[in-house]
Design a protein around this ligand. Structure first.
Ligand code: ATP
Length: 323
């Protein structure tokens, strides 16, 4: 019998619990014993392992966040920290780990696997910035939450002839902003991948005002060179030229909260099961992700440090539709 551990790391993402459940139940089904690691890599270093059963992961599918907790650990970035983690794993006769998390977490998993400890990753982050999966666990729910807020802001904006500047999360990746902008009907989308000067946004909002639009919306990614705070400061000096009254709304952490929606529950179930099956087959040093609609595993050297490009066609589409 193989004994494996599962942990969640980095920023929490809706659907992580469904992934924990899928890893646990698939591994048990294949004859493994499963331990849950509390608080990500920090718990791995401290040996905070607790047994998971098919029953103990019941009733968690619909919960946001992660029942195992997540943490950021500087110590795990050092070789010494990872050696401590391996020592703790060996103390418990644990032979492999499943790491559910985003970019940084998978870099940590790669570092661990390079020290000859078997690891399989599950692509999970609301930022969708992870190569090896076209879409990651949590993105769909985060987008739906952002969109609901945008729809509400548009309603109030049209009653008052206002323009709204809405900042969404995504770290250095503009995916969330671009998709929320297209789906929310934004007049302007400002993302880190495309240089946008504040004056260009002023012009776009002015044109919308002159065309008689009752409201205007600009969606900005938190990682853009001009984020919401910087744009707002610029707009404050050019209010008269814009026409609309301006309001800023930063969505922030609400995008992570809430129950995972159907897509994320299904994706997490599929990727979690695939990770457990890969480990049982003896695969290691790979990430379970979804590429072109298929669940696949990709070796970490083709994932970690690889930039995932944004589809430029989507940015063009956003421009065409904002008239
Ligand atoms: P998200 O982007 O969704 O917030 P993430 O997985 O990218 O999630 P990070 O905070 O970047 O989150 O990384 C989580 C943890 O992974 C870090 O606290 C650290 O312990 C570990 N980690 C990150 N990069 C490395 C690395 N190069 N080597 C070893 N461990 C790392």
């Amino acid at each position: 019998m193989k004994r494996i551990a599962v942990l969640t790391s980095g920023g929490d993402a809706p659907g992580m619990n469904a992934a924990i459940r899928a890893v646990t139940r698939s591994a048990i089904d294949a004859g493994c014993e499963v331990y849950g690691v509390h608080q990500g890599y920090a718990g791995l270093i401290e040996g905070d392992f607790r047994p998971l059963s098919a029953r103990s992961v019941g009733g968690i599918m619909q919960l946001g966040g992660t029942i195992l907790g997540s943490a950021r650990s500087q110590e795990f970035k050092t070789e010494e920290g990872r050696l401590k983690a391996i020592w703790e794993l060996r103390q418990k006769d644990i032979e492999a780990v499943v790491v559910i998390g985003g970019n940084g977490s998978q870099a940590g998993a790669y570092a661990l696997s390079q020290m000859d400890f078997p690891v399989v990753g599950v692509a999970s982050t609301i930022d969708n910035d992870l190569a090896g999966s076209d879409i990651t666990i949590g993105v769909d729910t985060a987008l739906n939450i952002a969109l609901e807020s945008i729809d509400r802001l548009k309603t109030t904006a049209s009653s008052h002839q206002r323009a709204f500047l809405v900042e969404v999360m995504g770290r250095d990746c503009g995916y969330l902003a671009l998709m929320a902008g297209i789906a929310g009907g934004a007049e302007a989308i400002i993302i880190p991948e495309v240089e946008t000067k504040p004056e260009q946004v002023v012009q776009v909002l002015r044109q919308a005002y002159e065309r008689g639009k009752t409201h205007a919306l600009a969606v900005v990614a938190e990682g853009a060179a001009y984020n919401a705070a910087k744009l707002a400061a610029y707009f404050a000096e050019h209010q008269a030229r814009i026409g609309y009254e301006l309001r800023v709304s930063t969505l922030g952490y609400v995008q992570r909260g809430g129950a995972p929606m159907v897509y994320d529950r299904l994706l997490a179930s599929r990727l979690g099961a695939a990770a457990a099956e890969a480990l049982v087959r003896g695969e290691k040093g790979v990430l379970a992700g979804m590429i072109k609609g298929r669940v696949v595993t990709t070796p970490y050297d083709r994932v970690v440090g690889v930039q995932k490009p944004l589809d430029p066609e989507l940015f063009k589409l956003a421009k065409v539709l904002d008239t």
